[in-house]
Design a protein around this ligand. Structure first.
Ligand code: C2E
Ligand code: MG
Ligand code: MG
Ligand code: MG
Length: 293
């Protein structure tokens, strides 16, 4: 899929193939610029809801690039290029700071909802990441367990000593870890034995195919069972229909996110939505940890 850029119709970046090196360089130059300007990289926020009460159990931060000439760009249009460059370090720091600032803002409004941030594989090779996370959490006075870091098993090499050290250090701070897109990697099960996580996110492709594919259904069902067995939370991603929702409830899945509940929401609107969700679900946020109760 090649994205056509505005008026010049030049293929900009194709996530399935290869962007030309000129495209990459242009994109990186523009990203560098975006990181230095306040309103280009913004977070869209998608609530995760408890399937039995509808209460918000968390919010996932999803980056958007309000490009001054190309309009709104989605992560698939720039994350791959970013991950293969040095810019991933300042980018990750930027997203983490925006997300932690948001969690602080919610806390000030009495909303004890955790925020999830997607980490690229490359960030886990950055040995300074844990201390930067710790510094941000203390600067914004956000309890560590309000931050959930999502890692995708397809891109993380848990055999790498640096990666496991970084993950251990993050755990030591008290942040939560989630496996994103669970089931899409070659070694999903092995991953769980190597990295201690708090949450498993069932990949949206399985949720989407649940109704027509017995295989997809079996994967969702066994992931929910596995999570229960290992005492991990399980979140179903990409829930788009009421049928998928009831099937997930039937399977005993804890929580879900997807267009059926909410699309990713602009930062200006999210706290209003969270307040509404909390009051319509019985006036409290489902506690993740004892401290939040
Ligand atoms: P992900 O973490 O698995 O995020 C889920 C994606 O599914 C998001 O796409 C979200 O907008 C989309 N989605 C949510 N509900 C539905 C639904 O009901 N149906 C369908 N079809 N899709 C739904 P998005 O925002 O384009 O993000 C794509 C991927 O980009 C993310 O996958 C994540 O891996 C990556 N990403 C997003 N933000 C960041 C970031 O700040 N840093 C890094 N490193 N990666 C990010
Ligand atoms: Mg994610
Ligand atoms: Mg995912
Ligand atoms: Mg994904």
């Amino acid at each position: 899929r090649a994205k056509k850029s505005g008026s010049d119709s030049v293929a900009w970046y194709d996530s399935t193939g290869d962007a030309s090196s000129t495209d990459r360089l242009a994109l990186l130059a523009e990203l560098r610029e975006a990181l230095g300007s306040p309103h280009q990289l913004v977070l869209a926020l998608q609530p995760v809801v408890d399937l039995s009460t509808g209460a918000p159990t968390g919010v996932e931060a999803l980056v958007r690039w309000r490009h001054p000439r190309r309009g709104e760009l989605f992560p698939r249009e720039f994350i791959d290029v970013l991950e293969n460059s040095e810019l991933v370090v300042p980018f990750t720091r930027y997203v983490l700071e925006r997300a932690i600032a948001m969690a602080a803002d919610w806390a000030a409004q009495g909303l004890s909802v955790p925020i999830s941030v997607n980490l690229s594989a490359r960030s886990l090779l950055d040995v300074r990441l844990p201390e930067e996370v710790a510094e941000l959490l203390s600067r914004y006075r956000v309890p560590a367990h309000r931050l959930i870091l999502e890692i995708t098993e397809t891109v993380v090499v848990p055999e790498s000593k640096t990666v496991t050290d970084v993950l251990d250090a993050l755990r030591a701070i008290g942040v939560q870890l989630a496996v994103d897109d669970f089931g899409t990697g070659y070694s999903s099960l092995t991953f769980l034995t190597r990295v201690r996580v708090d949450e498993v996110k069932v990949d949206q492709t399985f949720v989407a195919r649940m109704a027509e594919s017995p295989e997809a259904m079996a994967i969702v069902r066994t992931t929910v069972e596995l999570a229960r067995e290992l005492n991990l939370r399980v979140v179903a991603e990409g829930v788009e229909t009421a049928e998928q929702r009831s099937e997930l409830v039937r399977l005993g899945c804890d929580s879900a996110q997807g267009y059926h509940f909410f699309p990713p929401i602009a930062a200006e609107k999210i706290s209003g939505v969270l307040h509404e969700l909390v009051s319509s679900s019985g006036g409290r946020v489902i506690p993740f940890r004892q401290e939040d109760a």
